[in-house]
Design a protein around this ligand. Structure first.
Ligand code: DHK
Length: 149
């Protein structure tokens, strides 16, 4: 069976590249998705790159990943700091999980310093922008292929 990754993005990620501050880089969400597709392709692994503004949809996708994905990358965005349902869904996923953030969340407001998601994450990549997304794909593929969680 071929291998697949789910890369799930939370609220407002669809607006990356459009905010005046440049906190989330200058590339559009579509371009970021294309870069991630190319990176996954270079590893010969399938990628579902998805975004939702809705917590329940993200939970449904994490549950879907139980059957459809070998690993999950998640940027839960603003839900990172509050979502017990997302944490619980991730804890029920058996494969490796990487939490990513475009920005360095520990350099920002204190309410961004505690992630609910990290408890379920194998590792965390933050502050490296879209390059961090590509590195997260590299790392997740390595974890999947060495059977590590
Ligand atoms: C994205 C968001 O939308 C924020 O709510 C998080 C995260 C940080 C990021 O850096 O990718 O606080």
């Amino acid at each position: 069976m071929s291998q697949h990754i789910f890369f799930l993005n939370g609220p407002n990620a669809n607006l990356y590249g459009m905010d005046k501050s440049g906190t989330y880089g200058r590339e559009s969400f579509a371009t970021i998705g294309e870069r991630c597709q190319q990176r996954a392709q270079s590893h010969g692994i399938g990628l579902q790159f998805r975004q939702s503004n809705h917590e329940g949809v993200l939970v449904d996708w994490i549950q879907e990943a139980r059957q459809q994905a070998d690993g999950v990358i998640i940027n839960a965005a603003g839900l990172t700091y509050s979502s017990v349902p997302i944490l619980d869904a991730l804890l029920m996923f058996d494969g490796p999980i990487i939490e990513v953030h475009m920005s360095n969340i520990w350099q920002r407001e204190s309410f961004r310093h505690h992630s609910m998601v990290s408890k379920a994450a194998t590792g965390v990549v933050a502050g490296l922008g879209v390059q961090g997304y590509e590195l997260a794909i590299d790392a997740l593929v390595a974890l999947i292929r060495t059977d590590n969680r």
